[in-house]
Write a protein of this length. Structure first.
Length: 222
């Protein structure tokens, strides 16, 4: 499939914003860390409720992080290093850069994974949270700008202002209920491998777990 194009010198869209978990990577980092901490069942249930919009995100985030208490940072690092990049992610990011677009990753996940994803995919801007570590052990707490309901919206708004662009010049790609606030702001939204609730709020839904499927959609928009 030939999806690439270099013919757009002044693209309609300038910024392409991505979620990380289950979008740019094929996993939910907090679920993987919980598995390593022996709390997979409890945390995955809360994650599912939060992503389906059935539980307040602020509360779900706090509860899930507490289950990571006692996990060594070394084991946490080894866990996230095994997580796979989503199929098609490198090609999609390369396509966006080829048309002069900028890329951003706005995730309520953690820097322990986000730094690697940003580096491996050459993402221009990345925003995430930080797990609190004491004496090499996770405390069950987190800091950062993306821990509350609609915090993604605040980060997105600031980035748009800082870049001097308009919301209608942005495309958002995500899978969870906490991405809906971005969908409502952006000029175009793509629900990727998303729950039905999220699909309802997007301009288009991609059901196949391959980000290369997004390239022709963007090509047609430009």
């Amino acid at each position: 499939m030939n999806c690439s194009s270099n013919s757009h010198t002044n693209p309609r869209f300038k910024l392409f914003v991505f979620d990380m978990d289950s979008t740019l990577i094929d996993a939910e980092v907090i679920d993987e860390l919980a598995d390593a901490a022996g709390a997979a069942g409890e945390v995955s249930k809360i994650t599912a409720l939060a992503m389906n919009g059935e539980m307040d995100y602020t509360e779900s985030f706090r509860k899930r992080v507490t289950f990571l208490k006692g996990l060594s940072y070394e084991k946490a690092m080894a866990t996230v290093e095994k997580i796979q990049i989503m199929p098609g992610a490198p090609e999609l990011i390369e396509f966006i850069h080829s048309i002069g677009g900028k890329t951003a990753m706005v995730t309520c996940g953690f820097r322990i994974a986000a730094d690697r994803v940003q580096h491996d995919l050459n993402i221009d801007y990345a925003f995430s949270n930080e797990l609190v570590v004491s004496d090499g052990i996770l405390t069950g707490e987190a800091t950062g700008p993306l821990r509350t309901t609609n915090s993604k919206e605040k980060v997105f708004e600031k980035l748009v202002v800082d870049l001097g662009i308009k919301f209608e010049e942005c495309v958002v790609v995500g899978d969870g209920a906490n991405d809906i606030c971005l969908f409502k702001k952006a000029g175009y939204s793509i629900a990727f491998n998303a729950k039905p609730l999220v699909q309802k709020h997007a301009n288009v839904a991609v059901l196949e777990k391959d980000l290369r499927c997004v390239i022709p959609i963007l090509d047609n928009l430009l």
